[in-house]
Design a protein around this ligand. Sequence first.
Ligand code: ZN
Length: 280
Amino acid sequence: MPELPEVETIRRQLEPWLQGRRIRFARRVDAPAGPKYDGLERAAGQRIEAVGRRGKFLICPLSGGDELVVHLGMSGALRSDRPSAHLRVELELTGPAPHRLFFEDPRRFGRFLVVGGGDYRGLPTLARMGPEPFDEAFDAAAFHRALDTPTPIKAHLLSQRPVAGLGNIYVDEALWRVSLHPSRRSRSLRRSEAAALLAAIRAVLGEAIALRGTTLRNYRRVDGGRGSFAAELAVYGRQGEPCPRCGRAIVRTVLAARGTHFCPRCQRGHAQRTGTTQRS
Ligand SMILES: [Zn+2]
């Protein structure tokens, strides 16, 4: 699933193309009517004022006060060439070519809809989303407060509540960088650990944006290119390979119903916190 670095890469590609352009129409193609594609008829005649992002959502304010909201889900892609299958939404712009934007989504977990500005009642993840990781007003103290829950740290970060934009890849990578076990209870993190984790989240996301994201299976840029952060991954998808820090084999387990990768030596988890001598 595309996470913040992939969505930000796509946003940066779309911005010079879409910003300031007027929409002739937006319509559903090979998809049933429903909330995933709500309000598309309202887009006609409105100008795209900006191409923004909030967590993993693209949000484009429109001149009539509405917002075009796109979530790529598991497999969504935005492109200027017509896909041969799985075309869910077609948007036509006025002005010079390329003047069609296509939303292709084989697995249909994505969304492409128009809502009233700031009206996220149908988008609960967006409505309850935590701060942007690069928001300068967001600091370690606020992040530490947002961790006051017994939920395991990995699941809590995936919820988007303490901080926006993380998915499976970058959560696993950030937790490895600060040697935290993914099942640590969020509220057991000390202030210093929360500060280190926030710094690691910012670092890994920043590095991934610089390399235009991680292409594993589904993510493609608007121009069809691939992100190159996959070569930098320390643990994600690397089960059985040596930990880059200590050499122990990386383990894959399932946590919060998601494949989870960690180093059993560097990220020991509860034993480390309670002072027992249990070792695997
Ligand atoms: Zn290790």
